[in-house]
Design a protein around this ligand. Structure first.
Ligand code: NDP
Length: 480
């Protein structure tokens, strides 16, 4: 099966005619081929987007709302087909694709279709002299680049606000998980999205992705991916004065105080550690437990993690499917060896899982819980982005905050306590863009989303996204 680019309203191969292999992580076999696009394909996509921009940016909010809503309807109608494709491409459990990835992709389009109708700008009155009003106008052609962990979910999280705000888009999904972006191309054609408004270019990051970032006609880049890649993007885009939104890696802390609701804290910590095989930027990977609760919490967590079922992503009762690629599995296993070298004890998991028959070549790994490591070691400092968490005890609130903040990242965090004053105090001092108290991944699409420190620059979500994808222009009118 051959995937195609979506350029100027048509499905086309790369101009070079070259393809890359696309692997099914559940079997380790190649199951499709994707265009190995380069700067020539990006150039064609930019030209199509430039041509489409005048009409799309002036067609009226109602028209943009109507088409984006139609795309959401079609995603909803095709939820099963899209979920199957997402699990085939990424190895994730089908239950996750069905209940998280695809419904959220649909919600992204529906949310921003509506949000643009309510988007307003400011006015500032200089009493007796003048009125300022601010126009928030679409930028033009913008680039959206997304990772493999939540493929359609994160792809649409960028595309939907960019289109709603009146921009035309050149987008690239991860080369590891291109399938649902390809299916989205077909949905956009069916929904009547005008040619060139959205262009999807498949291929390698350093080739097709880099060509998007370097293109002088692309005025803004919204990127989600690793911190190292974010640095490369910033280096390229900053001298060109492009607008940049960078959503990068994380090493998120979970703070468990002894007065927490034990059942909720432990069951949610299993989820926040191992959902999607720990391959969610918001997953907690460092669990800090107040010492009086440490042993009880650790024992119960380990007992429940042992019950998680690693298996065929297409079985309804599988909790954890395959990791996304052979290289990624090797990277995660490398960190488990490092954890042992650094003196950690692996309390459960961390072993390669061999499944029978056609699944024997898949990239399966049992979920691991590690204890006994200092906060400063590499295992506790670097992003692993897999099914591995570390446990550490703490004695005081001060110590917990210091350990939570003692890394270069600052994306998300969770706090578990029944004491509202403590929750508020700690939330204020945690260095993170997102703090969940007594919950995890409770998402409201209107809220600002993003990180601090090495977890990124800028915010997505709600009004923040619409502001990113528009330029503010102030008009000052002096009274006569
Ligand atoms: P990468 O940084 O490797 O890739 C992200 C995207 O960038 C891919 O589409 C990739 O293409 C592309 N890319 C790679 N190199 C370049 C380049 N030089 N120029 C332009 N584009 C390029 O990240 P992963 O896909 O491995 O995703 C995992 C990372 O994403 C983790 O660090 C995770 O924390 C982070 N993440 C952050 C989130 C957040 O909201 N903060 C949310 C989800 C994930 P290709 O795949 O072809 O290499």
């Amino acid at each position: 099966m051959h995937i195609h680019n979506y350029i100027n309203g048509h499905l086309t191969p790369a101009q070079s005619g070259n393809y890359l292999d696309n692997y099914d992580p559940s079997t380790g076999n190649v199951y499709s081929h994707i265009p190995d696009s380069d700067a020539a394909d990006v150039q064609a996509a930019v030209e199509a987007a430039e041509k489409a921009f005048p009409a799309w940016s002036t067609c009226g909010l109602q028209e943009r709302y109507r088409i984006l809503h139609r795309i959401a309807d079609l995603i909803q109608e095709q939820v099963e087909e899209l979920a199957q494709a997402e699990s085939r491409d990424s190895g994730k459990a089908i239950s996750t694709s069905r209940t998280v990835d695809i419904p959220r992709a649909q919600a992204n389009f529906r949310f921003f279709a509506t949000a643009i109708l309510h988007f307003s700008s400011e006015s500032h009155h200089i009493e007796g002299q003048a009125i300022n009003f601010t126009l928030r106008q679409p930028i033009g052609v913008v680039g959206c680049i997304s990772p493999w962990n939540l493929p359609l979910y994160l792809f649409t999280w960028k595309i939907a606000p960019a289109l709603a705000a009146g921009n035309c888009v050149v987008a690239k999904p991860s080369e590891l998980t291109p399938m649902t972006a390809f299916l989205l191309s077909k949905i956009c054609m069916e929904a009547g999205l005008p040619a060139g408004v959205l262009n999807i270019v498949h291929g390698l990051g350093p080739k097709a992705g880099q060509a998007i970032v370097e293109h002088p006609k692309i005025k803004a880049i919204s990127f989600t991916g690793g911190t190292a890649t974010g640095r490369i993007l910033a280096r390229t885009a900053a001298p060109m004065f492009k607008k940049l939104s960078l959503e990068l890696g994380g090493k998120n802390p979970n703070l468990i105080f002894a007065d927490c609701n034990f059942e909720e804290a432990v069951s949610t910590t299993v989820r926040s550690s191992f959902a999607n095989n720990g391959q969610i930027c918001l997953c907690g990977s460092r669990v800090y437990i107040e010492r009086p609760l440490y042993e009880k919490f650790r024992n119960e967590l380990v007992r429940r993690v042992r019950q998680l079922k690693v298996g065929d992503p297409f079985n309804d009762d599988t909790n954890m499917g395959a990791l996304v690629s052979k290289q990624h599995k090797e990277k995660v296993m490398g960190y488990l060896s490092l954890a042992k070298e650094e003196g950690g004890a692996i309390l459960c998991g961390g072993e390669s899982v061999e499944l029978p028959g056609g699944l024997s070549g898949g990239y399966y790994l049992s979920p691991a819980v590690v204890e006994g490591l200092p906060n400063t070691c590499r295992t506790n400092q670097e992003e692993i982005f897999g099914p591995v968490v570390t446990l550490q005890p703490f004695d005081t609130e001060e110590e917990a905050i210091a350990m939570a903040n003692g890394v270069e990242y600052g994306l998300a965090s969770t706090i578990w306590t029944q004491d509202i004053s403590r929750a508020s105090r700690v939330a204020e001092r945690i260095q993170a863009g997102i703090v969940w108290v007594n919950c995890w991944l409770l998402r409201d699409l209107r809220t600002p989303f993003g990180g601090v420190k090495n977890s990124g620059v800028g915010r997505e979500g709600g009004t923040e996204a619409l502001r990113f994808f528009t330029e503010a222009k102030n008009v000052c009118i002096k009274y006569s």
